[in-house]
Design a protein around this ligand. Structure first.
Ligand code: SF4
Length: 464
């Protein structure tokens, strides 16, 4: 297993390899999902997983789609509303959806991980979230040491609310901060002052959340190197266990809300790169370890241990420490992964609700992986999570000859090796410190759905 390396920053390599690429939260990516995959296919996949000699335990995801105001940079599937009845109506439909699906799983399959994402899970009041937890607990068996996490918008919960979230069972919290500069916050329509963020993190620490994670975004309108450096310094003083540094992808043709961002307020590419370079070195100098892509964590965090011992995995929430689980997801647009099948729910709230009210799972698209997909998924996950590939390990698992199956891919890796992103080793290769920033560029060599050497016409975000 490769040791934890410190990524290096090289403008020339960014120029050549920093273009578009999938984030590989799944392989194949959601772009390949087909509407021929429907509710019956999902239920069939669940039945099949129950018949395995040892059915895997479960990870649960619930997508709470509501937000009370739009952040202009947002690319998530969300519904903007202030309707006081939206939360209760959502929970009523969710209960019906749970009743359609939960009984299909063998009762002894335990929940090891739960994540509430959105939208804004804390659009729901703490009482509504407690009700949601009751709905889940009455239908699934939760492991005692399960990781139960949720995303929190600091504008929506006060310290007393954070305490209650812990009391109802959440032990991980992810806080969307993005930027603390008031001008940037105005420009993206997400205004919260530093004291609120600091109080949220302080409360989460005081009540004993196992992990506190913070999201920052660079590349937002009106950002400057000095302004973002101040945000970073404040965050460092608050010491979250994990920190994500997302690259804002300005794709207004895909996300209508982004048309409200003024192009002339976006930082120039060179300012954006300077922000990224400065933040990267500041985080590493302050003791954060690089996990992969945009994720950093303090040395004591379970993600650092997982990265070091090879148990880190990719899933729809990004990097995760829990491998080998089936993922079952609820709510509009939520994606499940059961064995080799991916199933996505109707994206629109009304369509999701209508499907559930008609008494069937809201699955509207998905796919079942072929053997070729499975091999490539395994390789891509190894590259993204361990930064290393040992051909024999793949050969042993899939009973194939790596060099002949992937001769074209190995040829396409040559220029990356010449540029120092990877180094060949006996029977494999490893990602170098220079290549760590480009894990997606290395992984995409093995993606059979991408046309080599061609940009994907604005479908994916930039790698750096
Ligand atoms: S960024 Fe989060 S809070 Fe803002 S609109 Fe999107 S989903 Fe809602």
């Amino acid at each position: 297993m490769s040791e934890l390396l410190r990524p290096t920053f090289d403008l020339d390599l960014i120029e050549r390899y920093g273009g578009e690429g999938p984030r590989y939260t799944s392989y194949p990516t959601a772009v390949q999902f087909s509407d021929r995959f429907g509710p019956e296919a999902l239920l069939g996949a669940i039945d099949e997983s129950n018949r395995l000699p040892i059915p895997p335990d479960l990870s649960l995801y619930v997508h709470v789609p509501f937000c009370s105001s739009p952040c202009f940079y947002c690319g998530c599937n969300r519904v903007i509303t202030r309707s006081p009845s939206a939360g209760d109506e959502f929970l009523a439909t969710l209960e019906r959806e749970l009743d359609l699906i939960a009984p299909r799983f063998d009762a002894d399959r335990r929940i090891r991980q739960l994540h509430l994402g959105g939208g804004t899970p804390t659009f729901l009041s703490v009482d509504q979230l407690a009700h949601l937890m009751d709905l889940l607990r009455s239908r699934f068996r939760f492991a005692r040491d399960g990781e139960l996490g949720l995303e929190v918008d600091p504008r929506t919960v006060d310290p007393a609310g954070i305490k209650r979230l812990h009391e109802i069972g959440f032990n991980r919290i992810s806080i969307g901060v993005q930027d603390l500069d008031p001008a940037v916050q105005q420009a993206v329509n997400r205004v919260h002052d530093t004291a609120v963020v600091s109080a949220t993190i302080g409360a989460a620490r005081a009540v004993g959340f196992d992990s506190i994670s913070v999201d920052l975004i660079y590349g937002l309108p009106l950002q400057t190197t000095t302004g973002f450096a101040q945000t970073v310094e404040i965050m460092l003083s608050l010491k979250p266990d994990r920190l994500s540094l997302f690259n804002y992808a300005h794709l207004p043709h895909l996300f209508k809300g982004q048309t409200r961002i003024q192009n002339d307020q976006l930082p120039t590419p060179s300012t954006k790169l300077a922000i990224f370079r400065n933040t990267l070195s500041r985080l590493l100098d302050s003791g954060y370890e690089f996990i992969g892509m945009d994720h950093f964590a303090l040395p004591g965090d379970s993600m650092v241990q997982a990265r070091a011992n090879g148990t880190l995995v990719r899933n729809f929430q990004g990097y995760s420490t829990h491998g080998g689980l089936d993922l079952i997801s609820f709510g509009p647009s939520a994606i499940s992964q059961i064995g080799d099948s991916f199933a996505q729910n109707q994206r629109k709230l009304q369509d999701w609700r209508m499907a559930v009210e008609q008494g069937q799972p809201a699955t509207c698209r998905g796919l079942t992986r072929t053997t070729d997909d499975r091999v490539r998924a395994d390789i891509i996950e190894r590259v993204m999570c361990t930064g290393e590939l040992v051909y024999q390990e793949v050969e042993r698992f899939f009973q194939m000859s790596f060099r002949s199956y992937f001769s074209a891919e190995l040829e396409r890796l040559e220029p990356l090796a010449d540029d120092g992103l990877i180094e060949w080793q006996p029977g494999g290769f490893r990602v170098t410190a220079a290549g760590l920033m480009f894990l997606r560029a290395i992984a995409k060599v093995f993606d059979a759905y991408l046309v080599p050497n061609r940009e994907q016409q604005g479908r994916f975000s930039r790698i750096v």
